[in-house]
Design a binder for this molecule. Structure first.
Ligand SMILES: Nc1ncnc2c1ncn2[C@@H]1O[C@H](COP(=O)(O)OS(=O)(=O)O)[C@@H](OP(=O)(O)O)[C@H]1O
Length: 573
C-alpha cells in the first residue's frame, strides 16, 4: 500500500466526476468560459487529478489567507502554497463572476472544456503580503515578479467539477496521475518509495544520491521531475526527459520508476519544499528528498541568495509530524577520484581529493564540444545533452549586411555564401534584398513601415533557420536602427547575430551604379530612394564595418570569416 494522501482522501476529481461526464460537458458548453494560461493549466491539472489534495478547487479567500499567513487551509490542514485563479476586473464583469456563478475553464491550446468552477468568492489579494510571507519579499524573486507583473488583480475561489483531462502529446506513457502511479506501485509491490524532485538533467551524482537514499531507507525510487514550468533558462523538459530515460537503466535492476509531474514551480524555497512534499505524498511516496537550496531561484542581481542553503530543510523539519511523508535531507554529492566513488560533501575526510564540474563548466564543455568525463556523467546521458546543445561549430548564425543600394553588399554576401559552402558542415541560406522583395515581401513598398516589415520578415525566417543550425546571410538595405536591433534580438534567441555595415560612401555607390537606379532616383522616377530622398541611419554598434571603395570583396569576406572563426563557429570546418 502506498502512503495515504494528504488529508486522507485522494481528491481525484476526474474519477469522481466521470459518471456525470455527458451532463457536465453539455453544461460546460452553455456557460461563460475562461481561457486558462499555461501556469493556470498546470495548477488545474494537479487539482483535477488529486496531486494537490485536499484541494478541490482554487482557493477562496479564507483558505488563501490561512495559507499565506500560517501555512494552513481553513480546515486547519497544512498547505504552504497559494493555489489561486487570477482574473482582471474586465473578466469579472464579462463573465459575471460572483458567488454562486458557474463558469467553464478552457484550455487555450485547443479550446477544450476542462472543468466547471462554481464561484465561492471573488477577492482582491494583498499582493505585498503574499510576496513577503510566501516568497520572502525580494522584488527580484521570479514569483514576486510574476505576482506584480503578470498575475491579475483579483482571485476567484471555488470548487471544480472535472469535465475533461488535459491533452498531452509528449511522453504520454510517463505522465502518471497520482491514482495511476499508486496503482503502478501496488502492481510492483512497492510500499516504501523515495521521491526525487528535479528540474535539471541528472548525472552520476544524482543517481548515487537517490540510490543511497533508497538503500538507507529500504525503499524504491520515484524519479519525479517537473515538466510543467520551471525556472526560465532551464534546459527544456524534452531534453531532460530523454536524459532521465537514458539514465534509468543505470539504476539497480527494478529500483527506480520515472514519472513526470506537470507542476508550475514558483521557486519558493522553503514554502515550495513543503508543497513538493505534500504533492509527493499524494503520489504515494513515503519519503521525499530535500536537497541543499531546494527549489531556490539562486541569487538576486546583487549576488545575494534568495534563501539560505538549508532554509527548505528547516521548513520541512518544522512540519515533520504533520507532513506524513518522511523527509530525507540530502547533501551535495561529490566525486572522490582516488577511490572512484561519490560521497556526500559533509562526510569527506580532510585531505581527500574531490572533483566536481559545475553547471557553468558543463555548459561551456557542451558548447565547445570538449570531453565530459565518465565519472561525471554517463555517455548515453551526455549524448542526449549534446544532441540538444550542439557545439559552436554546429550552431546556426546570421550575418546581416546593411548599406546603401549598390554598396557592394550583394557581392560580399554571394562571395561569403560560396566560401561557407566550400568549407561545408552547414546549410547556407542567402537572402539578397531583391530576392526577398520578390519572394517574401512582394506587396511591400519603401516607406518606413514597409521597410520595417520587410526586415522583420527576414529576421523571422533567419531566426528559424538559425535555430535549426543553418548559416544565414541576408543583405537588405535595412536603413533603420530599430528594425536592425529587433532583428538582432530575435535571432539571438537561437544563435549568433553579426551586423556588418557595408559603409561604402554614397558617392561611390552612385558612381559605380551600372543598373542606373540612382540616376532614375535622381530623375525623380523612384520615390523614397535610400540615400537620395530617404534616410539611412548609420548603425550604432555594428560588429564589423567594411568599405568596398577601399577594400576588395575578397579581403572583406576574409575579415568576416576571421570574425566567425574567432567565435568558434567554424571550428570543425
Ligand atoms: N525606394 C527605394 N529605396 C531603396 N531601394 C529601392 C527602392 N526602390 C527599389 N529599390 C531596390 O530594392 C532593393 C531592395 O531593397 P530592400 O528590400 O533591401 O530595402 S529595405 O531593406 O526594405 O529598406 C534594393 O536593391 P539592392 O540595392 O540590391 O539591395 C534597391 O535597388
Amino acid at each position: 500500500m502506498s502512503n495515504p494522501p494528504h488529508g486522507g482522501v485522494l481528491k481525484d476529481l476526474i474519477a469522481r466526476d466521470l459518471p456525470r461526464h455527458a451532463e457536465l460537458e453539455a453544461e460546460a458548453e452553455t456557460l461563460p468560459a475562461l481561457l486558462l494560461s499555461e501556469r493556470q493549466l498546470c495548477d488545474l491539472e494537479l487539482i483535477l487529478n488529486g496531486g494537490f489534495s485536499p484541494l478541490e478547487g482554487f482557493m477562496n479567500q479564507e483558505d488563501y489567507n490561512g495559507v499565506v499567513k500560517e501555512n494552513r487551509l481553513a480546515s486547519g490542514l497544512l498547505f504552504s502554497m497559494p493555489i489561486t485563479l487570477d482574473v482582471s476586473e474586465e473578466t469579472i464583469s464579462e463573465l459575471g463572476l460572483k458567488a454562486g456563478a458557474r463558469i467553464t475553464l478552457r484550455d487555450f491550446r485547443d479550446d477544450r472544456n476542462l472543468a466547471i468552477l462554481t464561484v465561492d468568492d471573488v477577492y482582491k489579494p494583498d499582493k505585498a503580503l503574499e510576496a513577503k510571507e510566501v516568497f520572502g519579499g525580494d522584488e527580484e524573486h521570479p514569483a514576486v515578479k510574476f505576482l506584480y507583473e503578470t498575475a491579475k488583480e483579483y482571485y476567484v475561489g471555488g470548487k471544480l467539477e472535472a469535465v475533461n483531462k488535459l491533452q498531452h502529446y509528449d511522453f504520454v506513457d510517463l505522465r502518471y496521475s497520482p491514482a495511476e502511479i499508486r496503482t503502478h506501485f501496488d502492481k510492483l509491490g512497492w510500499s516504501r518509495v523515495v521521491a526525487f524532485q528535479t528540474r535539471n538533467p541528472m548525472h552520476r551524482a544524482h543517481r548515487e544520491l537517490t540510490v543511497r537514499a533508497a538503500r538507507s531507507h529500504h525503499a524504491n525510487v520515484l524519479i519525479h521531475p517537473v515538466v510543467g514550468l520551471t525556472k526560465p533558462g532551464d534546459i527544456d523538459h524534452f531534453t531532460r526527459v530523454r536524459v532521465y530515460k537514458a539514465l534509468l537503466p543505470r539504476y539497480p535492476n527494478g529500483m527506480a520508476v520515472l514519472g513526470l509531474l506537470p507542476l508550475a514551480m514558483r521557486m519558493g524555497g522553503p514554502r515550495e519544499a513543503i508543497w513538493h512534499a505534500i504533492i509527493r505524498k499524494n503520489h504515494g511516496a513515503t519519503h521525499f528528498i530535500v536537497g541543499r537550496d531546494h527549489a531556490g531561484p539562486g541569487k538576486n542581481s546583487k549576488g545575494v541568495d534568495f534563501y539560505g542553503p538549508y532554509d527548505a530543510q528547516y521548513a520541512v523539519e518544522k512540519y515533520r509530524d504533520e507532513l506524513g511523508i518522511e523527509v530525507v535531507p540530502f547533501q551535495m554529492m561529490t566525486y572522490l577520484p582516488d577511490s572512484d566513488e561519490y560521497a556526500p560533501v559533509d562526510q569527506i575526510p580532510k585531505g581527500v581529493r574531490t572533483l566536481n564540474i559545475s553547471g557553468t563548466e558543463l555548459r561551456a564543455r557542451l558548447r565547445s564540444g570538449r570531453e565530459i568525463p565518465e565519472w561525471f556523467s554517463y555517455p548515453e546521458v551526455v549524448k542526449v545533452l549534446r544532441e540538444s546543445h550542439p557545439p559552436r561549430s554546429q550552431q546556426g548564425f546570421t550575418v546581416l549586411f546593411t548599406g546603401y543600394p549598390n554598396s557592394g553588399k550583394d557581392q560580399i554576401a554571394r562571395a561569403l555564401q560560396v566560401t561557407l559552402n566550400q568549407q561545408g558542415g552547414r546549410s547556407v541560406s542567402l537572402f539578397l534584398g531583391e530576392n526577398i522583395r520578390h519572394e517574401l515581401s512582394s506587396e511591400l513598398g519603401y516607406n518606413r513601415e514597409d521597410r520595417d516589415k520587410n526586415i522583420a520578415r527576414i529576421a523571422f525566417v533567419a531566426s528559424e533557420l538559425t535555430r535549426s543550425g543553418a548559416a544565414v546571410i541576408a543583405a537588405p538595405i535595412a536603413p533603420f536602427e530599430k528594425a536592425r536591433q529587433n532583428a538582432r534580438e530575435l535571432v539571438e534567441k537561437y544563435g549568433d547575430f553579426y551586423l556588418v555595415h557595408v559603409a561604402t560612401p554614397l558617392e561611390y555607390c552612385e558612381k559605380t551604379d551600372k543598373r542606373g537606379i540612382y540616376a532614375k532616383a535622381r530623375a525623380g522616377e523612384i520615390e523614397n530612394f535610400t540615400g537620395v530622398n530617404d534616410p539611412y541611419e548609420t548603425p550604432a554598434k555594428p560588429d564589423l564595418v567594411v568599405d568596398c571603395e577601399k577594400q576588395s570583396v575578397r579581403s572583406i569576406v576574409h575579415q568576416i570569416i576571421l570574425l566567425l572563426e574567432s567565435q568558434g563557429l567554424l571550428d570543425r570546418f
